[in-house]
Design a protein around this ligand. Sequence first.
Ligand SMILES: [Zn+2]
Length: 242
Amino acid sequence: MFKPQNNISANCWANSLAQALYAQPHIHDYLDSKYGYTNNFGIAINNATLHHSGQQCAHEAFQIFVERAEQPIQQLFEMVTENINTCINGHKSHIRDNSYFLLFPTIPPPTQSLNDYLVKRNPSISGAICDTCSHPIRDRSEILRRVSKIITIVLDKFTLKTLTTFPHILDIPTHPPQTKLQYELTAVVEHSGCAYSGHYWAICKDFTTSDWYVCNDTSISRLPHQPQPSPESYLLFYSQVA
Ligand SMILES: [Zn+2]
């Protein structure tokens, strides 16, 4: 399923990203339904990202790709959170929605509960006053409002080289209603080297066979086990399965 990608000008970051995106069944579903084929998938992504000269970071390239993608593709990745203020008298008020294509957990490993992680963000509330009673705000929380079909997590490769585990299955509680969405790991983009140089490759699951492959530019080789966390782990892609 995965096709070799030439490294024509230090574009391993684009190749790894293209392979990770190619591993997403939701993207195939959309492209199949709209265009009837996905044969030029990797080429299209490489062209789109390579046209942004000077780009070297796969997660920045990912952000550019999603921002330029067709809206249905964008929505596969868009998570929306809502900030809610609670005053000392218990009045709750909506502050604003935030939109994300990438999540940056600050504490590795990413937990089973991304919602907990988001709630704990607790943006600053100093000086905030309740619109209803004019008393101080005691709490501002950020909760998940819209969960995307594909969740992309960036591990900070330059400061957090201590990752010991990441889940292959993510259960995301929605809020409300209290239901759970289940996601499975579909791709890991890995990186070695430092911030301004180095090499990227991707470990991707073939969703037609459930086999894992290491996609390293022109080399595609089967991995006989699931990907394991390593200091090179950099981007995680999870796809909604239920
Ligand atoms: Zn109040």
